[in-house]
Design a protein around this ligand. Structure first.
Ligand code: SF4
Ligand code: FES
Length: 210
């Protein structure tokens, strides 16, 4: 492993620092490395206190969205060869920094929960399967792929202009209820999530509180 990458990482330790600062590491790189591999190697080789989130390392969990070379993206999905040998990594903008690259996602998840973008079974729960065909599923397939990484929300102009703005990911997650026959069928069978999501989002736009 002879090639190296100049990796600049935004560092902030609330117990030690008054403000964030950058630190640069010359990190050995393998041909197929992703930015997440560089972060892990920098932590192993240079400073065990470098702090970042990751779990699946395969674009599934949404925990490693970062500002990388000026764009929000997943560190585990971005190969070094796609962006070159000088890489800057910072936390997602607009969210409170807890330490180094870790941000507080509670407000983001709170907005997600506030519009109830998921099915809520009627009480008492009806027994048996709720079936849907492959064709019904395909209609809203894209809208199910959000992994709640907050990359879109934190880079959205509305997020920066309007503190009460819900979140870009909510648009994606709520849109499934407009497309999904399954949910509409469930609505007719007393599941209220779809209608409720639409009402909550609509009222939110009008400034009503729930
Ligand atoms: S819609 Fe937004 S929050 Fe969801 S996966 Fe895409 S970038 Fe991440
Ligand atoms: S570590 Fe799970 S999406 Fe990147």
């Amino acid at each position: 492993m002879s090639a190296t990458v100049e990796l600049r990482i935004a560092r902030f330790d609330p117990e030690r620092d008054d403000a964030p600062h950058d630190e640069t590491y010359l990190v050995p790189v393998e041909p197929m490395d992703r930015v997440l591999d560089l972060l892990t190697r920098a932590k192993e080789l240079f400073d065990g206190s470098i702090t970042f989130r990751r779990s699946c390392a395969h674009g599934v969990c949404g925990s490693d969205a970062l500002l990388i070379n000026g764009r929000n993206r997943l560190a585990c999905k971005l190969r070094v060869e796609q962006i070159g040998r000088r890489i800057t990594v910072a936390p997602l903008p607009g969210l409170p920094v807890i330490k180094d690259l870790v941000v507080d996602m509670e407000a983001f998840f709170g907005k997600y929960r506030s519009v109830l973008p998921y099915l809520i079974a009627p009480e008492p729960t009806e027994p048996g399967e709720r079936r849907q065909s492959p064709a019904e599923r395909e209609r809203y397939d894209d809208t199910t792929k959000c992994i709640l990484c907050a990359a879109c929300t934190s880079s959205c102009p509305s997020f920066w202009a309007e503190p009460e703005y819900g979140s870009s990911s909510n648009c994606s997650n709520c849109s499934k209820y407009h497309l999904c026959q399954y949910c509409c069928n469930n609505n007719r069978n007393n599941s209220h999530s779809s209608n409720h999501s639409v009402i909550v989002v609509d009222d939110d736009r009008k400034g009503k509180k729930h």
